[in-house]
Ligand binder design. Sequence first.
Ligand SMILES: O=C(O)CCC(=O)C(=O)O
Ligand SMILES: [Fe+2]
Length: 281
Amino acid sequence: MIPNTLKGNYPFPDFYLNDKLSAGHVQFFNEYGFIRFKNFVSRSTVASYIKEAEAVEKKWLSEGIEKVNGVPLKFGENEKGEKMINRFAFLSQHSDLLHQFLQDPRLASLTELLYPYEGRIAEDEKDGLVFNHYIQTPNSGFTKMGWHTDSPRDLFYGHKIMPMLNVGLHLDDCAYENGGLRVLPGTHKQGFFRLLFAKKYFIDNNPDPNEVGFDIEAGDLTVHHGSIWHRVQQSNKYGAESRRRVMYIPLVTGKYKPKHADSKTPFYHHILRKRFLSKFS
Ligand SMILES: O=C(O)CCC(=O)C(=O)O
Ligand SMILES: [Fe+2]
């Protein structure tokens, strides 16, 4: 049971990752299953990453790309009614700048949170570097995401669930009241049954009395354990003001399982699509 003082709008100290993890960071993460680092990159770096994603988006749209390494892109319409990509996969394989970002030694240092497992940055595994672009428009493909954990996707591949981390670099300011990531602290420690059945995967979008959210500023980094329950609360704004972009880097353990141009589409993508994506995806 999480005490009342540890719910709602991030009731924890601000952490910074200057060089590598401190004992306090590790202790916090082990207790709650997530951690946020303020100002991981500067606003100008954020702007350069957004520009990079926009260039790839333009290219993929003009070439009619629909899948990358078997992973379907998600499409929708922006505030001007133009076709856009709501979810990119393996983005760093298509951008030198983002590939360079993944070499930041501070990212590799986060694998320590997977101890005693040896972790690695999964640039060519799972969905690689994911870029999520949420926006509320009449024909958006992506405005929110229901409760889920990231771990059971392994089961769809017929693999055992291995510990993993999802590291999010946030690219837009997003105040707690305006929506964004919500986590249920401590749920990474639950048993297998609650991992699978505590909530209805992707269907349940209801706030939980114990959830924690964040006043996110562009450049902040969040790390969450693959087994923590989390969701994305829809923005209460519309159009350009509702925009929320965040890149996710998977840090994984276990056998190296690279994907390539002719990798098959994982079955869970068919389910995900049915459950929370619009007619455009
Ligand atoms: O957009 C977010 O912050 C979370 C996304 C997420 O949970 C996922 O892609 O699995
Ligand atoms: Fe997730």
